[in-house]
Design a protein. Structure first.
Length: 115
């Protein structure tokens, strides 16, 4: 099983980034997918979650209206479009696959928002 994130980097406040997470080793279309983030000294928090079919989506309060989660089950990939980035969005972003009591995690990608 692998979840490989990409797309992180350094961006100025107000900018945009698109994260991708490519899954392998399990039946992607059966799993809900989520993005989490963790900043230094802070607890990990849920950023966004999308159901296995894409029909149900939830966002953390701090990113509503700015971030968009989507998935392509044909490509085993989940995306996170991040717009209007703020310094407080700086964190390591990790993707998660969840089905019942089974969960898989990626290694994370660093997002730094700074001028």
């Amino acid at each position: 099983v692998q979840l490989v994130e990409s797309g992180g980097g350094l961006v100025q406040p107000g900018g945009s980034l698109r994260l991708s997470c490519v899954a392998s080793g399990f039946t992607f279309s059966r799993y809900a997918m989520s993005w989490y983030r963790q900043a230094p000294g802070k607890e990990r928090e849920l950023v966004a979650r999308i159901s296995n079919g894409g029909g149900s989506i939830d966002y953390g309060d701090s990113v509503k209206g700015r971030f968009t989660i989507s998935r392509d089950n044909a490509k085993n990939t989940v995306y996170l479009q991040m717009n209007s980035l703020k310094s407080e969005d700086t964190a390591v972003y990790s993707c998660n696959a969840q089905r019942a009591f089974q969960a898989y995690w990626g290694q994370g990608t660093q997002v730094t928002v700074s001028s």
